[in-house]
Design a protein around this ligand. Structure first.
Ligand code: ADP
Length: 283
């Protein structure tokens, strides 16, 4: 297990208070049974070591195997056959024109919408058949930031984190890496887009998921905020996490090992190569 800037970002765990908790996968909530999936211990050097739902691939060829996802809204077929795979530590982008079905696909993978068919295997478990596993397996950051506008960052986080875990994550974990400790007392209504996005990601990773789904994470953000989020995603990925995002942002695309264009309900593999004219033509 790797160490990021002297910190160990940990994913795939459970709440530290040992209770049955509510896990936020942004956009919906689900009950999470505690125990069994992650145990942590502090080492002599102060770093946190976790075992359990680590990011090794457990002998499987691919950690994520998605096959034949279909979705229609009434008679309108939006997704006809979505199939792809991802391995631990990889990052993929889904591109496509407005209305091509990117948000529909991500929300289906997050368990917010139901697919009409297909499977989503994560380390051998079909999450569509075992939706109770979804909160432990993935974090979802939808396009609109689902935060409580009247609350500050600390209070939003407290809806998902117990006090001790929150303090630890802010001082040496994922929340520190996201820079959330800089604006804990700021109410959401006074936050910039970048602060809201970082806070939304912070809430989404409460269960230390192995997969992070992000819908346009960089839309309308300034370059500094984008850089901060990209650095976090890169660290998450280097730690073995799997990142899947809908994006058209050049900085995001640079993080990605694979790009797919969603067109006519299916994914087409595509090589970015740094040329935005090529992207417009491909869409
Ligand atoms: P994208 O994220 O690529 O812009 P969406 O997944 O939001 O695309 O939408 C894909 C298509 O599905 C669009 O034509 C949209 O109008 C339609 N759509 C999305 N959500 C619904 C819904 N709840 N009911 C009916 N049609 C929908």
């Amino acid at each position: 297990m790797g160490i990021i800037n002297g910190l160990e970002a940990w994913h795939g765990g459970s709440r530290a208070d040992g209770k049955v908790g509510v896990v936020n996968v942004m956009g919906f909530t689900a009950r999470q049974e505690q125990g069994g999936c992650c145990s942590g211990r502090r080492e002599g050097n102060g770093n946190l070591r976790y075992s359990g739902l680590g990011h090794g691939n457990g002998g499987m060829s691919m950690d994520v195997e998605i096959r034949g996802i279909k979705k229609a809204y009434f008679r309108k077929k939006v997704l006809t056959d979505i199939s792809f795979s991802m391995e631990a530590g990889s990052c993929a982008a889904i591109l496509g024109s407005n209305g091509s079905g990117k948000s529909t696909l991500l929300s289906i993978l997050a368990g917010v919408r139901k697919a009409d068919g297909g499977s989503f295997f994560y380390r051998g478990t079909d999450l569509f058949r075992c939706p109770g596993q979804i909160p432990k397996a993935l974090g979802y950051v939808p396009q609109g930031d689902p935060l409580m506008e009247e609350l500050n960052a600390w209070d939003n986080l407290r809806m998902w984190y117990d006090r001790e875990t929150l303090k630890r994550e802010l001082s040496e974990g994922a929340l520190k890496l996201l820079g959330i400790d800089d604006f804990l007392k700021t109410p959401v209504r006074r936050m910039s887009g970048g602060m809201k996005k970082r806070l939304s990601i912070g809430c989404a990773v409460v269960s230390h998921p192995g997969i992070l789904l992000l819908d346009e994470p960089s839309a309308a953000l300034d370059p500094v905020c984008k850089e901060n989020i990209c650095m976090y995603l890169d660290a998450y990925r280097k730690e073995g996490g799997i990142v899947l995002m809908a994006t058209h942002d050049a900085q995001d695309l640079e993080l990605c090992d694979a790009c797919y264009i969603l067109r006519n309900g299916t994914l087409h593999s595509w090589e970015y190569g740094g040329d935005f004219h090529k992207l417009a033509e491909a869409l």
